[in-house]
Write a protein that binds this ligand. Structure first.
Ligand SMILES: [Zn+2]
Length: 80
């Protein structure tokens, strides 16, 4: 049996990047189709990994504040 929804469609579904009618059709299909359910789970895991990588990347001002602290703590002790 061939599914009407491919990986591209399912990833758009996860991103909620589809119109409401298609979203509903896929939701209904996933309930009935273990193959697509499995694929959605796989994509969900991939998305979670990508998201967590994005969260780990520190924002620019964080880097700047760390840089500032480093500069302060590693300042040469010229008055010694
Ligand atoms: Zn399917």
């Amino acid at each position: 049996m061939k599914c009407a929804f491919d990986e591209m469609m399912l990833s758009q579904y996860l991103e909620k990047d589809l119109d409401a009618e298609t979203m509903e059709r896929i939701t209904g299909h996933i309930r009935e189709c273990p193959l697509c359910r499995k694929e959605v789970e796989r994509l969900k895991t991939a998305v979670r990994i990508i998201r967590s990588l994005e969260e780990v990347a520190p924002p620019r001002n964080y880097l700047e504040s760390v840089g500032g602290n480093l500069k302060k703590s590693s300042a040469p002790n010229s008055e010694d």
